[in-house]
Design a protein around this ligand. Structure first.
Ligand code: SF4
Ligand code: SF4
Length: 549
């Protein structure tokens, strides 16, 4: 059925990517191909209701759990997302505040000194491979680990190592870091070898190069990519999902990458596809990101690459939510995306993989969004790893007014900092400076729950945040196992939606640590007990070399 003939009130032009809905009150139904969308438009607010049981196809449906305040615009993205999106639970819709969306990615400051922490990834920390007074070059490996789950660290400047010291880290701890004074020459290391046809390499060779290049998940999770690209042999990967759903408010680095480097992202995804032996590439973009949708469609070019448009919702970019929305399959508790035949990589990671193979340069910088009402200039900068946060803020014109909070990452999942002397690491997606009057300050430290159930309703992982928060507040770690606390993705939806402003995600993080300590203690006790039992059995069996009578 042709689109244009369906609804005279909401004329939908096939040749445009969006349309304007008349600002009049109406209630109407539209049948789009096999899908029925029932929506009401009341002046400028649209309330969307998708009626699953009325679809003639009956395969896909999408439901909103609450009214959406939406300013009179309906794009074709909705139609396509409806075609492919599956129902997922929970989530919230915070204001997007994408203040730096129009700012092209530009080079960041040229630091005189960099502080490069030896812990910038999930897994074992690196040990230093250089000593004080050593000369280093850009891309030279300066830290590595023998452990499988780890990733090497490289110098982002050429210059001299002036110290290997413990230094404030974005995690709040002091971490062993390598301090390098730059000579300003940016001289590259001599052993960097580009590869002209990376997709011709064997999967093992690709993984090995990715490991040596220090590539980790640049969406903020910083999980070593070579580990991700080596799924168990009994779990074949069919789909490479390129995650362009930048659902955190304020962050725009991925958006700019998709606009400016779509072809490079797709190239990186093709290398990943070869490494895991997948059949297809799916690029996931949120429906509000019209320009990025177009750019990625253009960059994808072939049938091998499919761009899927997802409804805007936080945390749409979380791996589990993304897979459930795109594939309709749920990653089991404690499982990995390979359990549902997929591997997920952020657009920044894909671009970094492409750069590694085509230039030979390991991961020595990353795109960082600088935003918030407390900084003079909003920007998307390519910042050398190890540059201090205050240097980046100064580069953007410095602070405006009294800063209330400096957050590394977005406001939902980012970490508030007690100093701006911390360095930019592989995990730094953004530097967000909020003024004192903008931020909410909790007056009472007590946990005051009115049992409204909103946190449960909005939890994307179907957990019970108020009970986890409550047990964590009381230090009852053993109780937390019953509530699958390890499945919490720390998205912050529960804390965001709570009417009494309970710091639920903070309590859950504390609970996770407490539970992990308790679990480790119990495992050690159990192990000791088993060893004692084995030892006493052997003593009984071999008393003096002879079995006891
Ligand atoms: S932080 Fe954890 S418990 Fe809270 S909504 Fe997110 S996943 Fe659920
Ligand atoms: S949202 Fe807040 S007040 Fe409501 S049940 Fe959860 S913790 Fe309690």
């Amino acid at each position: 059925m042709p689109f244009g003939s369906l609804d005279p009130l909401c004329r939908l032009d096939r040749n445009t990517t969006s349309r304007t809905v008349p600002a009049a009150s109406m209630v109407t139904n539209i049948m789009l191909e096999r899908f029925l969308i029932f929506f009401m438009i009341d002046q400028f607010d649209i309330i969307l209701k998708f009626c699953p049981r009325h679809f003639t196809g009956g395969q896909y449906y999408l439901m909103t759990d609450s009214n959406i305040g939406w300013k009179g615009r309906l794009s074709l993205g909705w139609t396509q997302s409806i075609k492919r999106a599956f129902v997922t639970n929970g989530g919230v819709r915070p204001p997007t505040n994408k203040l730096a969306a129009q700012m092209e990615i530009a080079p960041g400051p040229d630091p005189e000194i960099v502080i490069i922490p030896l812990e910038q990834h999930v897994g074992a920390p690196c040990v230093p491979m250089v000593e004080t007074n050593d000369r280093v070059l850009v891309g030279q490996k300066i830290g590595d680990s023998r452990e499988y789950i780890s990733a090497p660290i490289h110098s982002s400047v050429s210059g001299e190592v002036t110290g290997i010291i413990k230094y404030p880290h974005p995690s709040g701890r002091d971490i062993l870091s390598i301090q390098i004074v730059s000579d300003g020459l940016s001289q590259p290391a001599p052993n960097l070898e580009p590869v002209n046809h990376p997709t011709d390499l064997e999967p093992q060779e690709i993984r090995s190069r990715i490991r040596e290049g220090g590539i980790v998940g640049l969406g903020g999770a910083v999980f070593p990519t070579h580990v991700k690209l080596a799924p168990p042999s009994d779990k074949p990967v069919e789909t490479v999902v390129v995650n362009g759903a930048e659902c955190e408010p304020y962050l725009t680095g991925d958006h700019r990458l998709m606009l400016e480097r779509g072809a490079d992202i797709i190239m990186g995804a093709r290398i990943i596809k070869k490494a895991v032996g997948a059949q297809r590439i799916v690029v996931a973009v949120e429906d509000m990101d019209d320009n990025a949708i177009g750019a990625m469609r253009e960059a994808g070019g072939t049938d091998e690459v499919e761009v899927v448009v997802l409804p805007r919702r936080y945390p749409q970019g979380s791996e589990r939510t993304l897979l459930k929305t795109i594939l309709g399959r749920e990653v089991p508790s404690g499982g990995l995306p390979s359990d549902v035949g997929a591997v997920v990589d952020n657009v920044g990671t894909c671009a970094a993989i492409r750069d590694l193979f085509y230039t030979g340069m390991p991961l020595v910088d990353r795109v960082v969004t600088v935003s918030g009402d407390g900084v003079a200039r909003h920007a998307n900068l390519r910042v050398k790893l190890g540059t201090t946060v205050h240097e980046v803020i100064d580069f953007c014109g410095g602070l405006v007014g009294e800063p209330g909070k400096v957050i590394l990452g977005g406001p939902m999942m980012g970490a508030a900092q007690y100093t701006t002397a911390v360095p930019v690491t592989k995990a730094t997606t953004g530097i967000l400076v909020l003024r004192g009057e903008t931020i909410f300050r909790r007056e009472s430290p007590s946990f005051t729950c009115i049992r409204c159930g909103r946190c449960v309703k909005h939890c994307p992982m179907d957990l019970v945040p108020y009970l986890m928060g409550s047990y964590s507040d009381c230090g009852m770690w053993e109780e937390l196992e019953r509530f699958n606390i390890e499945d919490c993705v720390e998205c912050g939806c529960c804390a965001y939606i709570c009417p009494t402003k309970n710091p639920l995600v903070q309590l859950i993080k504390v609970g996770k640590e407490g539970y992990a300590r308790k679990k480790k203690k119990m495992e050690t006790l159990q192990q000791n007990r088993e060893e004692q039992q084995v030892a006493s059995r052997e003593e009984v069996m071999h008393d003096g070399g002879k079995p006891r009578q």
